[in-house]
Design a protein around this ligand. Structure first.
Ligand code: SLL
Length: 309
Protein backbone atom coordinates (compact mmCIF):
# COMPACT_ATOMS: atom_id res chain seq x y z
CA UNK A 1 0.00 0.00 0.00
CA UNK A 2 1.49 3.27 -1.08
CA UNK A 3 1.17 6.33 1.14
CA UNK A 4 -1.81 8.43 0.09
CA UNK A 5 -1.18 11.17 -2.41
CA UNK A 6 -3.45 14.14 -2.89
CA UNK A 7 -6.76 14.74 -1.24
CA UNK A 8 -9.75 12.47 -1.13
CA UNK A 9 -12.56 13.31 -3.51
CA UNK A 10 -15.31 14.03 -1.04
CA UNK A 11 -18.80 12.67 -1.39
CA UNK A 12 -17.87 10.36 -4.21
CA UNK A 13 -18.34 6.65 -4.37
CA UNK A 14 -17.11 4.80 -7.39
CA UNK A 15 -18.07 1.25 -8.04
CA UNK A 16 -16.60 -1.23 -10.43
CA UNK A 17 -18.43 -4.46 -11.13
CA UNK A 18 -16.58 -7.72 -11.51
CA UNK A 19 -17.22 -11.44 -11.53
CA UNK A 20 -15.35 -14.13 -9.67
CA UNK A 21 -15.80 -17.83 -9.33
CA UNK A 22 -14.91 -21.23 -10.64
CA UNK A 23 -15.60 -23.20 -13.79
CA UNK A 24 -15.00 -26.94 -13.73
CA UNK A 25 -15.24 -29.70 -16.29
CA UNK A 26 -15.08 -33.44 -15.72
CA UNK A 27 -12.42 -35.32 -17.64
CA UNK A 28 -13.93 -37.15 -20.55
CA UNK A 29 -12.22 -38.86 -23.45
CA UNK A 30 -14.22 -36.98 -26.02
CA UNK A 31 -15.01 -33.62 -24.54
CA UNK A 32 -12.20 -33.07 -22.06
CA UNK A 33 -9.39 -35.59 -22.38
CA UNK A 34 -6.95 -35.81 -19.52
CA UNK A 35 -3.59 -34.32 -20.47
CA UNK A 36 -0.47 -36.43 -20.03
CA UNK A 37 1.02 -36.26 -16.57
CA UNK A 38 -2.22 -35.56 -14.74
CA UNK A 39 -2.54 -37.99 -11.80
CA UNK A 40 -5.00 -40.87 -12.15
CA UNK A 41 -7.18 -39.77 -9.27
CA UNK A 42 -7.84 -36.36 -10.78
CA UNK A 43 -11.39 -36.20 -12.09
CA UNK A 44 -11.78 -32.59 -13.20
CA UNK A 45 -10.03 -29.65 -14.75
CA UNK A 46 -11.03 -26.33 -13.28
CA UNK A 47 -10.38 -22.60 -13.36
CA UNK A 48 -10.71 -20.00 -10.66
CA UNK A 49 -10.96 -16.42 -11.89
CA UNK A 50 -11.61 -12.78 -11.16
CA UNK A 51 -12.47 -10.67 -14.17
CA UNK A 52 -14.42 -7.77 -15.50
CA UNK A 53 -17.91 -8.32 -16.77
CA UNK A 54 -17.76 -9.27 -20.42
CA UNK A 55 -13.98 -9.40 -19.93
CA UNK A 56 -13.65 -5.66 -19.61
CA UNK A 57 -10.25 -4.69 -18.24
CA UNK A 58 -10.07 -4.29 -14.46
CA UNK A 59 -6.30 -4.13 -14.05
CA UNK A 60 -6.39 -0.35 -13.89
CA UNK A 61 -7.76 -0.72 -10.36
CA UNK A 62 -6.84 -4.30 -9.44
CA UNK A 63 -3.10 -4.94 -9.63
CA UNK A 64 -2.63 -8.54 -8.46
CA UNK A 65 -4.51 -11.37 -6.85
CA UNK A 66 -3.14 -14.00 -4.52
CA UNK A 67 -4.98 -17.30 -4.83
CA UNK A 68 -4.66 -19.71 -1.94
CA UNK A 69 -5.64 -23.23 -2.99
CA UNK A 70 -5.90 -26.46 -1.02
CA UNK A 71 -2.65 -27.54 0.64
CA UNK A 72 -2.76 -30.83 -1.28
CA UNK A 73 -2.04 -28.92 -4.46
CA UNK A 74 1.62 -28.28 -5.24
CA UNK A 75 2.63 -24.67 -4.86
CA UNK A 76 -0.78 -23.85 -3.42
CA UNK A 77 -0.25 -20.13 -2.82
CA UNK A 78 -0.01 -18.29 -6.12
CA UNK A 79 0.28 -14.65 -7.00
CA UNK A 80 -1.23 -13.62 -10.31
CA UNK A 81 -0.19 -10.26 -11.74
CA UNK A 82 -2.71 -8.34 -13.76
CA UNK A 83 -2.37 -8.38 -17.52
CA UNK A 84 -4.42 -5.69 -19.22
CA UNK A 85 -7.76 -6.97 -20.46
CA UNK A 86 -7.23 -10.48 -19.16
CA UNK A 87 -8.77 -12.29 -16.25
CA UNK A 88 -6.82 -13.07 -13.10
CA UNK A 89 -7.00 -16.83 -13.19
CA UNK A 90 -5.52 -20.19 -12.39
CA UNK A 91 -6.12 -23.46 -14.20
CA UNK A 92 -5.77 -26.66 -12.23
CA UNK A 93 -6.84 -30.26 -12.12
CA UNK A 94 -7.96 -32.25 -9.09
CA UNK A 95 -10.51 -34.50 -7.45
CA UNK A 96 -12.01 -32.51 -4.60
CA UNK A 97 -13.81 -29.32 -3.74
CA UNK A 98 -12.47 -26.79 -1.24
CA UNK A 99 -12.54 -23.16 -0.28
CA UNK A 100 -10.32 -20.86 -2.29
CA UNK A 101 -9.03 -17.66 -0.74
CA UNK A 102 -8.44 -14.72 -3.04
CA UNK A 103 -6.58 -11.70 -1.80
CA UNK A 104 -7.12 -8.64 -3.94
CA UNK A 105 -4.26 -6.13 -4.17
CA UNK A 106 -5.25 -2.78 -5.61
CA UNK A 107 -3.09 -0.44 -7.65
CA UNK A 108 -0.72 1.55 -5.41
CA UNK A 109 -2.36 4.87 -6.29
CA UNK A 110 -5.48 3.67 -4.49
CA UNK A 111 -3.77 3.43 -1.09
CA UNK A 112 -6.30 0.71 -0.38
CA UNK A 113 -5.41 -2.25 1.80
CA UNK A 114 -5.75 -5.66 0.21
CA UNK A 115 -9.04 -7.43 0.72
CA UNK A 116 -9.93 -11.08 0.86
CA UNK A 117 -12.68 -12.99 -0.89
CA UNK A 118 -13.59 -16.61 -0.31
CA UNK A 119 -15.05 -18.93 -2.87
CA UNK A 120 -15.94 -22.60 -2.83
CA UNK A 121 -14.62 -24.53 -5.79
CA UNK A 122 -17.54 -26.47 -7.26
CA UNK A 123 -16.85 -29.62 -9.22
CA UNK A 124 -20.34 -31.08 -8.84
CA UNK A 125 -23.62 -29.28 -9.40
CA UNK A 126 -25.81 -29.05 -6.35
CA UNK A 127 -29.36 -27.98 -5.67
CA UNK A 128 -32.67 -29.15 -4.31
CA UNK A 129 -34.01 -29.96 -7.74
CA UNK A 130 -32.62 -31.19 -11.05
CA UNK A 131 -33.51 -27.78 -12.44
CA UNK A 132 -31.35 -26.05 -9.89
CA UNK A 133 -28.50 -28.39 -10.64
CA UNK A 134 -28.93 -27.87 -14.35
CA UNK A 135 -28.68 -24.10 -13.85
CA UNK A 136 -25.10 -24.67 -12.75
CA UNK A 137 -24.19 -26.34 -16.02
CA UNK A 138 -23.02 -24.42 -19.03
CA UNK A 139 -21.56 -25.22 -22.43
CA UNK A 140 -22.39 -28.90 -22.25
CA UNK A 141 -21.08 -29.98 -18.90
CA UNK A 142 -19.12 -27.16 -17.32
CA UNK A 143 -19.99 -26.62 -13.70
CA UNK A 144 -20.09 -22.94 -13.02
CA UNK A 145 -20.16 -21.14 -9.73
CA UNK A 146 -19.94 -17.45 -10.45
CA UNK A 147 -20.63 -14.47 -8.29
CA UNK A 148 -21.35 -10.93 -9.31
CA UNK A 149 -19.65 -8.41 -7.10
CA UNK A 150 -19.04 -4.72 -6.95
CA UNK A 151 -15.94 -3.05 -5.70
CA UNK A 152 -16.78 0.23 -4.04
CA UNK A 153 -14.16 2.92 -3.74
CA UNK A 154 -15.30 5.40 -1.19
CA UNK A 155 -13.94 8.92 -1.54
CA UNK A 156 -10.91 7.84 -3.54
CA UNK A 157 -7.72 9.91 -3.54
CA UNK A 158 -7.54 12.35 -6.45
CA UNK A 159 -4.88 10.55 -8.53
CA UNK A 160 -6.75 7.29 -8.09
CA UNK A 161 -10.03 8.97 -8.97
CA UNK A 162 -8.50 10.06 -12.28
CA UNK A 163 -7.34 6.51 -12.92
CA UNK A 164 -10.73 5.09 -12.09
CA UNK A 165 -12.55 7.48 -14.36
CA UNK A 166 -10.26 7.31 -17.36
CA UNK A 167 -9.57 3.58 -17.01
CA UNK A 168 -13.24 2.74 -17.42
CA UNK A 169 -13.38 4.26 -20.88
CA UNK A 170 -12.29 2.74 -24.13
CA UNK A 171 -9.23 4.40 -25.63
CA UNK A 172 -11.45 5.88 -28.34
CA UNK A 173 -13.63 7.79 -25.92
CA UNK A 174 -13.05 11.45 -25.18
CA UNK A 175 -11.67 11.92 -21.69
CA UNK A 176 -13.65 13.67 -19.02
CA UNK A 177 -11.19 16.52 -19.10
CA UNK A 178 -12.08 17.04 -22.75
CA UNK A 179 -15.62 17.53 -21.60
CA UNK A 180 -16.84 14.15 -22.72
CA UNK A 181 -19.13 12.30 -20.41
CA UNK A 182 -18.44 8.72 -21.29
CA UNK A 183 -18.12 7.58 -17.72
CA UNK A 184 -21.02 9.52 -16.32
CA UNK A 185 -24.61 8.60 -15.89
CA UNK A 186 -26.17 6.84 -13.02
CA UNK A 187 -26.17 3.14 -12.66
CA UNK A 188 -28.54 1.18 -10.53
CA UNK A 189 -27.24 -2.31 -10.49
CA UNK A 190 -29.34 -4.99 -8.97
CA UNK A 191 -27.33 -8.10 -9.46
CA UNK A 192 -29.16 -11.24 -10.14
CA UNK A 193 -29.12 -14.71 -8.80
CA UNK A 194 -29.29 -16.14 -12.29
CA UNK A 195 -26.51 -18.61 -12.76
CA UNK A 196 -24.99 -17.81 -9.43
CA UNK A 197 -25.73 -20.82 -7.35
CA UNK A 198 -22.87 -20.05 -5.04
CA UNK A 199 -23.68 -17.52 -2.41
CA UNK A 200 -21.42 -14.57 -2.20
CA UNK A 201 -19.15 -14.56 0.77
CA UNK A 202 -18.73 -10.89 0.90
CA UNK A 203 -16.23 -10.41 3.64
CA UNK A 204 -14.37 -7.40 2.40
CA UNK A 205 -15.33 -4.29 4.26
CA UNK A 206 -15.37 -2.14 1.20
CA UNK A 207 -17.53 -4.20 -1.04
CA UNK A 208 -21.22 -4.31 -1.55
CA UNK A 209 -22.92 -7.63 -1.42
CA UNK A 210 -24.86 -8.68 -4.43
CA UNK A 211 -27.88 -9.34 -2.29
CA UNK A 212 -28.36 -5.66 -1.77
CA UNK A 213 -30.29 -3.69 -4.27
CA UNK A 214 -29.86 0.00 -4.35
CA UNK A 215 -29.70 2.99 -6.54
CA UNK A 216 -26.29 4.38 -6.73
CA UNK A 217 -24.80 7.76 -6.60
CA UNK A 218 -23.70 9.05 -9.93
CA UNK A 219 -19.99 8.90 -10.50
CA UNK A 220 -20.09 12.04 -12.56
CA UNK A 221 -18.96 14.14 -9.70
CA UNK A 222 -16.66 17.04 -10.19
CA UNK A 223 -13.38 17.24 -8.41
CA UNK A 224 -14.65 20.16 -6.42
CA UNK A 225 -17.13 17.74 -4.95
CA UNK A 226 -20.17 19.15 -6.69
CA UNK A 227 -22.43 16.46 -7.87
CA UNK A 228 -23.59 16.77 -11.43
CA UNK A 229 -27.12 15.63 -11.77
CA UNK A 230 -27.08 12.36 -13.64
CA UNK A 231 -27.86 13.25 -17.19
CA UNK A 232 -30.26 11.05 -19.01
CA UNK A 233 -28.67 11.75 -22.37
CA UNK A 234 -28.76 8.73 -24.64
CA UNK A 235 -25.19 7.59 -24.95
CA UNK A 236 -23.72 7.08 -28.35
CA UNK A 237 -22.38 3.65 -29.13
CA UNK A 238 -18.99 4.11 -30.69
CA UNK A 239 -17.96 0.52 -30.89
CA UNK A 240 -19.60 -2.83 -30.94
CA UNK A 241 -18.85 -4.46 -27.60
CA UNK A 242 -22.50 -4.55 -26.66
CA UNK A 243 -22.16 -1.29 -24.82
CA UNK A 244 -19.92 -2.70 -22.16
CA UNK A 245 -16.78 -0.71 -22.88
CA UNK A 246 -18.56 2.58 -23.10
CA UNK A 247 -20.40 1.71 -19.94
CA UNK A 248 -17.74 -0.28 -18.17
CA UNK A 249 -18.48 1.50 -14.93
CA UNK A 250 -21.77 -0.31 -14.98
CA UNK A 251 -23.06 -3.59 -16.26
CA UNK A 252 -23.58 -4.51 -19.91
CA UNK A 253 -26.90 -3.94 -21.60
CA UNK A 254 -27.71 -7.44 -22.69
CA UNK A 255 -26.81 -11.01 -21.86
CA UNK A 256 -24.53 -13.03 -24.02
CA UNK A 257 -23.60 -16.67 -23.78
CA UNK A 258 -21.26 -17.07 -20.85
CA UNK A 259 -22.02 -13.60 -19.51
CA UNK A 260 -25.14 -13.76 -17.39
CA UNK A 261 -24.83 -10.38 -15.71
CA UNK A 262 -26.47 -7.49 -17.52
CA UNK A 263 -29.12 -4.81 -17.39
CA UNK A 264 -31.36 -7.32 -19.10
CA UNK A 265 -31.17 -9.81 -16.23
CA UNK A 266 -31.47 -6.94 -13.82
CA UNK A 267 -34.71 -5.86 -15.48
CA UNK A 268 -36.01 -9.43 -15.38
CA UNK A 269 -35.32 -9.59 -11.66
CA UNK A 270 -37.03 -6.26 -11.09
CA UNK A 271 -40.01 -7.48 -13.12
CA UNK A 272 -40.20 -10.62 -10.99
CA UNK A 273 -40.14 -8.53 -7.83
CA UNK A 274 -42.92 -6.30 -9.16
CA UNK A 275 -45.04 -9.30 -10.02
CA UNK A 276 -44.41 -10.75 -6.60
CA UNK A 277 -45.50 -7.49 -5.00
CA UNK A 278 -48.76 -7.51 -6.94
CA UNK A 279 -49.36 -11.09 -5.88
CA UNK A 280 -48.64 -10.35 -2.24
CA UNK A 281 -51.06 -7.45 -2.40
CA UNK A 282 -53.76 -9.67 -3.88
CA UNK A 283 -53.18 -12.25 -1.17
CA UNK A 284 -53.39 -9.58 1.48
CA UNK A 285 -56.70 -8.32 0.10
CA UNK A 286 -58.05 -11.83 -0.12
CA UNK A 287 -57.10 -12.53 3.48
CA UNK A 288 -58.73 -9.31 4.65
CA UNK A 289 -61.96 -10.27 2.87
CA UNK A 290 -61.88 -13.71 4.42
CA UNK A 291 -61.35 -12.19 7.82
CA UNK A 292 -64.25 -9.82 7.40
CA UNK A 293 -66.49 -12.70 6.35
CA UNK A 294 -65.46 -14.69 9.38
CA UNK A 295 -65.96 -11.71 11.61
CA UNK A 296 -69.53 -11.30 10.31
CA UNK A 297 -70.24 -14.99 10.70
CA UNK A 298 -68.95 -14.84 14.26
CA UNK A 299 -71.18 -11.89 15.06
CA UNK A 300 -74.17 -13.69 13.56
CA UNK A 301 -73.48 -16.77 15.64
CA UNK A 302 -73.08 -14.67 18.77
CA UNK A 303 -76.43 -13.00 18.11
CA UNK A 304 -78.05 -16.40 17.59
CA UNK A 305 -76.53 -17.61 20.84
CA UNK A 306 -77.78 -14.61 22.72
CA UNK A 307 -81.30 -15.20 21.39
CA UNK A 308 -81.25 -18.85 22.32
CA UNK A 309 -80.03 -18.12 25.83
C1 SLL B 1 -12.30 -32.96 0.16
N1 SLL B 1 -11.79 -31.31 1.83
O1 SLL B 1 -12.04 -33.89 0.93
C2 SLL B 1 -11.69 -31.63 0.48
C3 SLL B 1 -10.30 -31.58 0.02
C4 SLL B 1 -8.76 -31.42 -1.85
C5 SLL B 1 -8.69 -31.38 -3.30
C6 SLL B 1 -10.21 -31.48 -1.40
C7 SLL B 1 -5.63 -32.36 -5.11
C8 SLL B 1 -5.12 -32.00 -6.42
C9 SLL B 1 -3.65 -32.35 -6.57
C10 SLL B 1 -7.08 -32.01 -4.96
O2 SLL B 1 -7.93 -32.05 -5.79
N2 SLL B 1 -7.37 -31.65 -3.70
O3 SLL B 1 -3.26 -33.38 -6.02
O4 SLL B 1 -3.00 -31.60 -7.23
O5 SLL B 1 -13.07 -33.09 -0.77
Amino acid sequence: MAPPTGKRVKGVQIFRPFVYGTTARPFDEKTNPKPAGVPDDHTHSWTVFIKGIDNVDITYWLRRVQFKLHESIPNHVRMVEGIKGQPFQIHETGWGEFEITMKLYYVPESSEKPQTLYHHLRLHPFGRTEEEKEAMRLNGGEVISWVYEEQIFNEPYEPFYDILISGALPPSAPTLKDGGGGGGGSGAATPTSANTPGASSNKGGNKKGHERSHSRASVSTNKDGKNNEPKEEPFVMQRSEGGVLERSAIIPLVNRPGHPFSRETEQLEIQKLKEAMVKVDEMRKHMLEEMEKKQKRLEALRAENAKAA
